[in-house]
Design a protein around this ligand. Structure first.
Ligand code: AMP
Ligand code: ZN
Length: 465
C-alpha cells in the first residue's frame, strides 16, 4: 500500500507521491535557538523523525531541511541582556538542541541552514516580490501586501476579510497600510544586528527565512512542509504568500502539522511551573528511550498528554518487547516451523504497515506488535515456536525498530541493569516455585557469559572473563 498523509491544505488524507524523481523533499521549521527546547517542541521534531524514517522504509529517497532560527526578537533581547553577540548567544542553544536530538535518537536533517548565513537569498526573495508589486516600504521596513495575493488564507482556510491582526503587532509596525500585512524586512534599530540590503539596512522577518531557505535547498516546489499546528497561521500562510507570490508556482504539495503536547492535562507554561525541557526530565531520572516511545506512540494529529504514568507505561512497554526478544532468541536451531506462528507474523507486519500507511497511525501500529508479542509468548511457553519463526519475528522487530528505534533487538551484551533485572525476575520465579522460568533465565544469562552464584544473602553475578 502507499503512504497516505493528511494534508492541511486540502483537509484530506492523500497519497504521498514525489513531485520529482523518486525523492521526497521535506522541510521542517526548526527551533528558534533562544532557550532549551521544551518537550512540546521535541514532540513535533520526533514526529518528523518518525515520518522521515517511514518515508525511507517505504523505499523513497529523502532529503530533509531543517532551519535554525538564529536571529529573532527574543534572541536579540537576551543576547543584549548578557552583553554578547547573537552568534555567541545562540551557539550554546543550538548545540544543546543537537544534543537533545541525539538523546532522543532523532536523526538530524541532511541540511540544517542557519538564518544568519542565508541573508542573501532572503534579500533576493524580497527583491523578486518587490518586482512583482507585492511589497511596500514604511519607515525603512518592507511589508508584504496580502491583498495582492489572491490565495491568501488558503492553508488556514481563513477568509482574508475575517483575519484579525494579531494582538501582538510590534509597536514599530504601526505604519503598515493594512494591519494584516506582515513584515519581510525590518528596519535597523540602534544596537541590533543589521545587514545591508537594497531596501535599507535591517534584518529579515521570520516568515521570509523559511520561504527563502526551503526553496534554495529543495526547489521552488517541493513535497512536504511540516511543523506544529501553531505554525499554520500566520507562519505557513505567509510562507505560501511569499513563495507563490514570487514564483507563481505551487510551493508545497503536503502540509503536515502535529498537534500539541500538554503536561498532566494542562498547557505547558512557565507560570504553571510545568514547562519541561529534556534536561529537566533527565535530571529526574527519566529514561530518554521511554520518552521517545511515549512521544511516538500517540498519533501525531492527536493532542499528547504527557504524564509520569504515561512515561512509566512506556518504560514497561519497551521492557515487555525487550524481554520477548530475549525469549525468542532462546529458540534453538533445528526446531520445526510452526505455520500458525508464521501466519501471525505476516499478519502483524501487514497490520503494522497498514496502520503506518494510513496517516502514520503509530498507536495502531504498536498495538499490532503487542498483539503478536502476546500470542507468541503463549506459544513460547509451550515450546511451539520454530527456528525459522524465531528469525521471522526478529526480522519484523528489526523493521519496526528502523522507525521506532526504542527496542533492543540486536544481540547485545546485556547491560548491568538488564542483568540485575533478570536476576530479580529469576528470584521471583523461584520464590513462586516457577523453577522452569528460573532455570530458563539462568541458561539465558549463561549464554550471555554471565555467571551466577547463589549465596545465603542473594545471588551474585560476574561476567565470564
Ligand atoms: P519554536 O522553537 O518555538 O519555533 O518551535 C519549534 C517547533 O515546536 C514548531 O514546529 C512548533 O510548532 C512546535 N511546538 C511549539 N509548542 C509546541 C507544543 N506545546 N507541542 C508540540 N509542538 C510544539
Ligand atoms: Zn518556518
Amino acid at each position: 500500500m502507499a503512504l497516505r498523509l493528511y494534508n492541511t491544505l486540502t483537509r484530506q488524507v492523500e497519497e504521498l507521491k514525489p513531485i520529482r524523481d523518486h525523492k521526497i523533499r521535506m522541510y521542517t521549521c526548526g527551533p528558534t535557538v533562544y532557550d532549551y527546547a521544551h518537550i512540546g517542541n521535541l514532540r513535533t521534531f520526533l514526529f518528523q523523525d518518525i515520518l522521515r524514517r517511514y518515508i525511507r522504509y517505504k523505499g523513497f529517497d529523502l532529503v530533509q531541511v531543517m532551519n535554525i532560527t538564529d536571529v529573532e526578537d527574543k534572541i536579540i533581547a537576551r543576547a543584549r541582556e548578557e552583553g554578547v553577540s547573537i552568534g555567541e548567544y545562540t551557539k550554546k542553544y543550538e548545540k544543546a538542541f543537537l544534543v537533545d536530538l541525539e538523546t532522543l535518537r532523532i536523526q538530524p536533517a541532511e541540511i540544517m541552514p542557519r538564518a544568519t548565513e542565508h541573508i542573501d537569498v532572503m534579500i533576493d526573495l524580497v527583491s523578486r516580490l518587490k518586482e512583482g508589486g507585492f511589497t511596500y516600504e514604511r519607515d525603512g521596513s518592507t511589508y508584504y501586501r496580502i491583498d495582492r495575493f489572491n490565495d491568501y488564507g488558503k492553508l488556514s482556510q481563513l477568509d482574508p476579510g475575517d483575519i484579525r491582526p494579531s494582538s501582538q503587532v510590534d509597536e514599530d509596525e504601526y505604519s503598515k497600510e493594512d494591519p494584516r500585512d506582515f513584515v519581510l524586512w525590518k528596519a535597523r534599530k540602534e544596537g541590533e544586528e543589521e545587514w545591508d540590503s537594497p531596501f535599507g539596512p535591517g534584518r529579515p522577518g521570520w516568515h521570509l527565512e523559511c520561504s527563502a531557505m526551503s526553496m534554495k535547498y529543495l526547489g521552488e516546489s517541493f513535497d512536504i512542509h511540516c511543523g506544529g499546528v501553531d505554525l499554520v497561521f500566520p507562519h505557513h500562510e505567509n510562507e505560501i504568500a511569499q513563495s507563490e507570490g514570487a514564483t507563481g508556482k505551487p510551493f508545497v504539495r503536503h502540509w503536515v502539522h502535529a498537534a500539541h503536547l500538554i503536561v498532566e492535562g494542562q498547557k505547558m507554561s512557565k507560570s504553571l511551573g510545568n514547562f519541561l525541557t529534556l534536561r529537566d526530565l533527565l535530571d529526574r531520572d527519566c529514561n530518554p528511550v521511554a520518552l521517545r516511545y511515549l512521544l511516538a506512540s500517540v498519533h501525531y494529529r492527536r493532542q499528547l498528554n504527557f504524564t509520569s504514568d504515561g512515561l512509566e507505561q512506556s518504560r514497561a512497554a519497551i521492557r515487555r518487547v525487550n524481554d520477548f526478544v530475549l525469549r525468542v532468541r532462546e529458540v534453538a536451531d533445528g526446531v520445526p516451523t510452526n505455520e500458525e506462528v508464521s501466519e501471525r507474523v505476516v499478519s502483524a507486519r501487514k497490520r503494522f504497515e497498514d496502520a503506518m500507511d494510513e496517516d502514520l497511525n503509530t498507536s495502531a501500529a504498536l498495538a499490532a506488535l503487542f498483539e503478536l508479542v502476546r500470542d507468541v509468548n503463549v506459544r513460547l511457553e509451550s515450546k511451539q515456536v520454530g527456528s525459522s519463526n524465531r528469525d521471522e519475528i526478529l526480522d519484523l522487530l528489526q523493521d519496526v525498530n528502523q522507525i521506532f528505534d526504542v527496542f533492543e533487538i540486536e544481540e547485545l551484551e546485556l547491560g548491568d541493569e538488564e542483568v540485575a533485572r533478570l536476576i530479580d525476575e529469576r528470584e521471583k520465579a523461584r520464590h513462586d516455585r516457577d523453577y522452569g522460568r528460573g532455570d530458563e533465565i539462568r541458561d539465558l544469562l549463561q549464554e550471555q557469559g554471565i555467571l551466577l552464584e547463589d549465596t545465603g544473602d542473594g545471588t551474585r553475578w560476574k561476567r565470564r572473563s
